[in-house]
Design a protein around this ligand. Structure first.
Ligand code: GA4
Length: 329
């Protein structure tokens, strides 16, 4: 543990993590313009639960525009940002993650982007005229994310050989499908200049939803856990998206796809900005292994539960907890 005391009032103790490993060169890359990518996609979900998407057709200007708005927001005076908080779970949060004691070297905005247009359920500060450019960038970005997750889930169904093609994508395509956007800012952490430690920005966890789409600036920090339990650092790529298989997709595939454990380490010198779209189902959606994916005599690893049931139980856990454990048969 390291104690950071920036002022007498602000004292925080954060877990230290091993120094970031060298860059991992094995991240599967799925080129959306390449024919026959479905097989690679399925293999990536089985082996890593994680892959990078290139040739996605989303203009880099759209990503850069939201990033610039996000940087602008996090550059506001602390009192201004605090007006959008405390996150509960939506809103502005600073170092506190969730409500069960997790902390990290991060500040964030967590937004419920389920309804369209977004302003219906979002925070009051987003309604203010001063937030209009942020709101517009968010709306455009979220529309692009909705389309991308549908496309990826359709390719997954194709790769898995299950029909109809929208068997997975329809789960996130309903107007009421639970979707969130997380905008994270990991400030540089100069206390870290020592040789062999770094600070946890966002502790290890899996995402409860079906699928998550992450885009970050070119500052490293994201690590994923491989099957053998080792942690590797993913080289950042601001023009691509990184996809995580979430717990719900692990359940739907009866464990064939792996919900990837990941975390973020703070950087000593550069700030990291990431935006993550989480695609979940509607509250009442029943989650259980898809019968079409079950082999002869294959036992279901999980009991059936609704997304609401899973989400409410997830929100009572700590980041590193094994959330699916209690839903196993
Ligand atoms: C992890 C994935 C998403 O960031 C998130 C997180 C949520 C939160 O920040 O409020 C949780 C975390 C996430 C899982 C366990 C609980 C809830 C923090 C936490 C300790 C928005 C989500 O849906 O689940």
């Amino acid at each position: 543990m390291v104690v950071l005391a920036s002022t007498a009032l602000e004292q925080i103790t954060l877990p230290v993590a091993p120094k970031p490993s060298t860059y991992f060169s094995g991240t599967p890359v799925i080129n959306l313009a390449q024919p026959g990518l479905e097989t690679l996609l399925v293999r990536a979900c089985e082996e890593f639960g994680f892959f990078k998407v290139t040739n996605h057709g989303i203009p880099v200007e759209l990503m850069a525009r939201l990033e610039a708005e996000v940087v602008k927001f996090f550059s506001l005076p602390q009192a201004e940002k605090d007006r959008a908080g405390p996150a509960n779970p939506f809103g502005y949060g600073n170092k506190t993650i969730g409500s069960n004691g997790d902390i990290g070297w991060v500040e964030y905005l967590l937004l419920d982007v389920t309804s369209k247009p977004m302003s219906h359920t979002s925070l009051a500060f987003l309604e203010e005229p001063s937030a209009s450019t942020l709101r517009s960038a968010l709306n455009d970005y979220v529309s692009a994310m909705r389309k991308l997750v549908r496309e990826i889930l359709e390719l997954m169904a194709e790769g898995l050989g299950i029909q109809p093609r929208d068997i997975l994508s329809k789960l996130v395509a309903d107007e009421e499908s639970d979707s969130m956007l997380r905008l994270n800012h990991y400030p540089p952490c100069p206390h870290l200049q020592g040789p062999d430690c770094s600070l946890t920005g966002f502790g290890e966890h899996t995402d409860p939803q079906i699928i998550s789409v992450l885009r970050s600036n070119n500052t490293s920090g994201l690590q994923i856990s491989l099957r053998d339990g080792s942690w590797v650092t993913v080289p950042p790529d601001q023009d691509s998206f990184f996809i995580n298989v979430g717990d719900s997709l692990q359940v739907l595939t009866n464990g064939r796809f792996r919900s990837v454990k990941h975390r973020v380490l703070a950087n000593a010198l550069k700030s990291r900005v990431s935006m993550i779209y989480f695609g979940g189902p509607t509250s009442g959606e029943k989650l259980a292994p898809l019968p079409l994916l079950m082999g002869e005599g294959e036992q279901s690893l999980y009991r059936e539960f609704t997304w609401w049931e899973y989400k409410s139980s997830a929100y009572r856990t700590r980041l590193a907890d094994n959330r699916l454990g209690q839903f196993k048969r």
